[in-house]
Design a protein around this ligand. Structure first.
Ligand code: ADP
Ligand code: MG
Length: 381
């Protein structure tokens, strides 16, 4: 939404003018799935879908929140008190970030907030991380906390882990904090170091949400984490980051399931590094192979795909031919797929894949043509 329209809405709600705007993007992971909590590599890019928060400081330590996504609702809490859960799930994301900042000893400033976002919610594009980073960026600026984008990302992850009860890794928050336009970001989840990787100018990033109703996501996710921890322990390493494919093949103690889970993680880390080179060289043929291998590994070894996402990937691979690459993205059990393709191939995804998917699975998928966007930004009017 245009900033002037948003500023007018802010004034209509709070009868005063906003001081500034904090904005942070959603993200898509190009490759490196279920590697983050194994201290491995991921390669996401921030999207041009963003969450914006207009804000004005208050001097009574209250935080008042409205979101255009939830008209008629609002939340309000005081940063004088220990922050606990409030009446709405969406408002709790704001409380969660305030809570973890406060817990770390930071003194926060009260503010009036208006949230507006074009990041689709619950579609696996991490609208929650976009919201957390925009909130964190705002508190950081208003109270002059001098936290780096990476520190704000860690607070965002803590907000999800410790307040929202979602045991996510660090990827979503780190890319929302540090993304750069026209670049993907290689993240080493062991030490949180990052490296920008330029996106080839001739490649479109297309995300197709399967809209498959996601079930058992949390319990299966926790089970995968436990399988990986068990495998690392049996292999005698601190995390699967330190294991090799040879270790896994020769181990006599791993169960069949643990062997498959570990094989996915270790091979996926290798694919991420190969994908970085392929992106740098604009080598679409290699990207196609790597993304296909990643998907196959998530299907057979990690067992987090469903027929709907397998179908979407397979239909997309066929429609794209040598003009693009496709794989599932995100945690799995439904969710979205990501394609990297020549712009002229987007039409085939829209006109062939969407109707074929509808016909085969009885579901209507949503397609988003995206570009790699900028990370967290806070500015004043
Ligand atoms: P994802 O991060 O994949 O989009 P999540 O379930 O993790 O899905 O986060 C979505 C939740 O984040 C929403 O249900 C809502 O509570 C909160 N949220 C995201 N964007 C907004 C927004 N613009 N306004 C208010 N709450 C939002
Ligand atoms: Mg989320």
């Amino acid at each position: 939404m245009e900033l002037t329209v948003l500023q007018n809405q802010f004034t209509a709600i709070y009868h005063t003018q906003a001081d500034g705007v904090a904005t942070a993007p959603g993200r898509v992971n190009l490759i490196g799935e279920h590697t983050d909590y194994n201290n491995g590599f991921v390669l996401p890019c921030a999207l041009n879908f963003r969450t914006q928060i207009l804000f004005k400081a208050r001097n009574d330590n209250r935080v008042n929140v409205h979101s255009l996504s939830y008209p008629g609702e609002s939340d309000s809490f005081s940063v004088n008190d220990t922050i606990s859960a409030g009446p709405s799930q969406w408002g709790n994301y704001v409380r969660a970030v305030a809570f973890v900042l406060q817990r770390a000893g930071h003194t926060l400033t009260g503010a009036d907030l208006l949230i507006s976002s074009n990041v689709p919610q619950g579609a696996g594009l991490s609208s929650s991380a976009a919201l957390e980073l925009a909130v964190g960026g705002m508190f950081n600026s208003l109270a002059t906390l001098n936290l780096s984008p990476t520190q704000l990302a860690v607070f965002g992850q803590q907000a999800e882990n410790d307040f929202m009860d979602c045991q996510c890794g660090i990827m979503d928050q780190l890319i929302s904090a540090n993304g750069q336009a026209h670049h993907a970001l290689l993240i080493d989840c062991q030490d949180l170091s990052t490296q920008l990787v330029a996106m080839p100018e001739n490649l479109a990033v297309v995300i197709i949400n399967s809209n498959y109703p996601r079930k058992l996501v949390d319990s299966e996710y926790n089970q995968r984490r436990a399988d990986c921890e068990a495998a690392a322990k049996k292999l005698g390493v601190a995390s699967l980051r330190q294991a090799t494919l040879e270790d896994i093949a020769h181990s006599t103690t791993l169960t069949d399931t643990e062997r498959k889970r570990a094989r996915h993680v270790v091979s996926e880390n290798l694919r991420v590094m190969s994908a970085v080179s392929a992106l740098q060289q604009g080598d679409l043929a290699t990207l196609k192979t790597l993304m296909a291998q990643s998907h196959a590994s998530l299907h057979s070894d990690y067992e987090v795909t469903v027929a709907a996402t397998d179908g979407l990937v397979s239909l997309s691979q066929t429609a794209l031919g040598d003009k693009g690459a496709a794989r599932m993205t995100g945690g799995g059990f439904g969710g979205a797929i990501v394609c990297l393709c020549l712009p002229e191939a987007v039409h085939a995804l829209e006109t062939q894949v969407l109707p074929q998917y509808q016909q085969q699975f009885g579901l209507t998928a949503d397609l988003y043509v995206c570009t790699a966007g900028q990370g967290l930004n806070v500015s004043y009017f």
